[in-house]
Design a protein around this ligand. Structure first.
Ligand code: HSE
Length: 287
């Protein structure tokens, strides 16, 4: 039996579309045990207790890489990562499944190979990379192969995640994006992404505010998130250094150096039409 603990992740981080990601202090803890008796998954909705489950898909693809075949598998699942909210719940399942197969069969694959396997299923590496390596990561894909590097992140960084009581689909949130972008907008994002990586380390708050702006996805996706403008105003009014959509949404993040930032928002969030849960998280650096 092996127990895998894998973090939630926030992808894009403003301008770094499909590249930047950060692991957060919110987790799924999953036990995997090989048995002689088919597939058994406890702890998740019945609709996910089957071969289609992403943990199983990643487990099987990893077994294939190891030239082995799965026999029976018992999975006991517990997760605090909300589903379809933009906090990397799918990536967490993929990473857990792949790491479990690897650990149970000799631990011969390195993190780069786990990343490659997970990216084959997910299609973009910006959630799986931080879930594997921990901390802040930047990733790219060349000829179907993902590459990731880690950046230091200031220990003051506090990610107040605002999770609404509605879901959005990543598929829909990708479909809404334009097929082409203006050259000036590409430059706007490239320059901000480069500066942001350093500003997250030094915690230059003026630079963070500017560098976290984005023209590639948030102007389109904010339309899919009810009360986006209102939530943004609330967070900025209470002193957030920056506000951005987590992954493809609908969760939004207020970045600040205040470890209890959610408390500042509590009264104003009560005035919203939708229920927004605010949770204070830190970057998870362990990997
Ligand atoms: N980079 C991805 C996107 C993350 O924004 O669509 C969502 O999983």
């Amino acid at each position: 039996m092996v127990r895998i603990k894998v973090p939630a992740t926030t992808a894009n981080i403003g301008p770094g579309f499909d590249s930047l990601g950060c692991a957060l202090s919110l987790y799924a803890v999953i036990d995997f045990e090989e048995t002689d008796a088919g597939l058994l998954i406890d702890g998740c909705e019945p609709a996910y207790q089957n071969e289609e489950n992403l943990m199983v898909a990643a487990y099987d693809l990893t077994m294939k890489r190891l030239n082995m075949q799965r026999k029976g598998l018992h999975i006991r699942f517990h997760s605090d990562i909300p589903i379809s909210r933009g906090l990397g719940s799918s990536a967490a399942l993929l990473v857990a499944g792949s790491m479990a197969a690897n650990v149970l069969h000799g631990n011969t694959l390195d993190k780069g190979e786990i990343l490659d396997i997970c990216n084959q299923i997910e299609g973009h590496p910006d959630n799986v990379a931080p879930a594997i390596y921990g901390g802040l990561t930047a990733s790219l894909v060349e000829a179907d192969k993902p590459y990731s590097v880690r950046y230091p992140i200031n220990e003051q960084a506090c990610f107040c995640v605002l999770i609404p009581n509605f879901q959005t689909s990543t598929h829909e949130a990708r479909k809404i994006l334009p097929a082409q972008v203006d050259f000036k907008d590409a430059v706007y994002n490239v320059s901000r992404t480069a500066v942001l990586c350093r500003a997250l380390e030094t915690w230059d708050e003026e630079l963070l505010t500017i560098a976290l702006n984005d023209r590639l996805h948030q102007p389109y996706r904010s339309q899919l998130i009810h009360e986006y403008d209102k939530i943004r105003q609330i967070c900025l009014k209470h002193g957030a250094a920056a506000f951005f959509i987590s992954g493809s949404g609908p969760t939004c993040i207020a970045l600040s150096k205040h470890a209890d930032f959610s408390k500042r928002l509590a009264e104003d969030l009560k005035q919203c039409r939708h229920l927004w849960q605010a949770i204070d998280l830190k970057a998870d650096l362990k990997g």
